[in-house]
Structures are given as structure tokens and as C-alpha cells.
Design a protein around this ligand. Sequence first.
Ligand SMILES: Nc1ncnc2c1ncn2[C@@H]1O[C@H](COP(=O)(O)OP(=O)(O)OP(=O)(O)O)[C@@H](O)[C@H]1O
Length: 299
Amino acid sequence: MIEVREVTKRFGSFKALDELSLHVEEASVYGLLGPNGAGKTTLIKHLAGIYRQDSGQVTIDGEPVYENPRVKSSLVYIPDDLYFFSQYSIDEMAKFYAGIYPAWNWDRFHLLKQVFPLESKGRITHLSKGMQKQVAFWLGICMMPRVMILDEPVDGLDPVMRKKVWNLVLQDVAEHRTTVLVSSHNLRELEDVCDHVGILHQGKIVVERELDSMKSDIHKIQVAYAGTFPEGLFQEGETLYRTQNGSVFLLIVKGNREELLSRIRTTNPIILDVLPLSLEEIFIYELGGMGYEIKNILI
Ligand SMILES: Nc1ncnc2c1ncn2[C@@H]1O[C@H](COP(=O)(O)OP(=O)(O)OP(=O)(O)O)[C@@H](O)[C@H]1O
């Protein structure tokens, strides 16, 4: 389990993380979203034990991460900018990691040759960016980590390989209770794999939600009336958004779906439809409701 408590990190006088708190349950996948410069990589480098926070705590399974070899030996960090020893082949890199990761699994390494179509004797640094990313996952998965920290993980991978890589990671979450934190700009990508998503903005988590409950809690409703809109139909805070086109109203409302619908029916609408709502729309309306400049937060 990953726990970040009131962490602040300054670079000079600039506060990159501002009393940030975050919690990731064991065997779950947490998606970290945010615009450029929000602080995602800075946070991730704290989780990987590369940066030391100015204040606050960063722990994994209750132990501080920074300068803690025991925690690091069960943690895999796949950064956006990968690094491999310049002369090493995949086989040589695997031998190197096998020597430092106690849970390294050679059977997995050989089995995964079927998934990653790469020549394991060639130099890694001669491979393309996407192929090097495949190597990072191949080796990372063989370390049998308890925690995986992934920064823009599938950036550079083709769609087929993205799917394969996510399948492997999610299989470990299900079978080995691996805990995953993944940063991305792509909400659509996170929607398929995460069970929690947090949005980071100017060094703070501004929204954090469990995806299943979020989707069942917010609704897009189209409704039309012969007369005027029955003001007072919704309580304060229930309506996140309302727009009117002639006699038709488009509403984004929070609450129990059946309860909301039966309440609306009592006002005798001439049209009442529930429309599909994407995760992206939910975040946009929620953030808008909180007074954030949405276009600056979600891309
Ligand atoms: N080593 C550093 N020295 C000074 N400022 C830094 C340093 N690292 C990060 N920053 C600043 O901290 C802020 C957060 O940077 P960070 O790389 O964490 O953002 P990010 O959310 O990962 O952005 P992106 O999506 O562009 O990768 C930025 O304003 C950046 O300029």
C-alpha cells in the first residue's frame, strides 16, 4: 500500500508539491492525471525513492521509501526517459537485475520471449524507443515487484503492444496483488485500467475518485417541458451543469439514478432521456463545479 502524507517539495522558491496527500490500496491501479508541470514526475520520483521530500511522509507498506533498499528491492519504476547500460543486451541486463532483485523470475523471463518479439542478444540502446519500452516492461515484470510506478508507461508503444503490456500488468494486480501507480495525460487510457483516478494540479490533488462509484453517481439527463423548467426540482449542489436549447434542457446531475428519475417524472416532462457520460465529461463537470479552469487542467 502506498501512502503519501502532506508532502511538500520545493525547487528553490518554487513549490512543486504542496502538502500533497495520496493513498493507493494494495492490489489496485491508481491513475495520476494532470497537465504539463503539475508535479506528476516530481511525485513519482518521491515514490521511487529518487527525491527526498522537504516535509511530509512517503511510505510503502508502512516503511519510508527514501534510502530504503528493502522497499526498493520490491519496487519497479519505469520512467518516461528510460536508461539502460549502453553496451548491454537484454540478456545481460536481465542477469544484472537478477543479481539485485531477490524475487527475479527466470521462468517468466523466458516465457515472455513469446510476448516481446525482440532479439535478446542485441544491444538495447540500438533498439527503437518503443522497443526499449518493451524491454523495460519485460524486465520489470520479471522482477516480480510488489509495487509498480509507471510514468507515461505506454507512450511510444503501438496499440497491440499497449494491450499486451496492460494485460500483463493487470494480471499481476489480480494474481500477485501488485499495487500500481500510473501517470498519464490520457484519461481514455486510464479509464480502462484504473480503479482510482486523481487529478494533480499545481502540486495538489484537486479531485480523487473511485471510477466505478463515480460513473454510477453522475448522470447526463435530457429533459423537455411544455412550459417552464420546474425550478426547485434539484437541491443545491446536485446540478453540476445545465444548458437550454428551446424547450430541451441538458442536465448533469449528481445522485442516485432511480431516485433522480422518479423525482423528474413527477414534474411531467415531455421528454426524459439518460445519455451516456464519458469519464472525461465527468471530470470536466466536477472540476468546473469546483471552480477550476478546466481547459487548463484536462487536455
Ligand atoms: N529539478 C528541478 N528543478 C527545478 N524545477 C523543477 C525540477 N523538476 C521539476 N521542476 C518543476 O516542478 C514542476 C513540476 O514538474 P514535473 O516534471 O513534476 O511535472 P509533470 O506533471 O510531470 O509535467 P509533464 O506532464 O510535463 O511531464 C514544473 O514547474 C517544473 O518546472
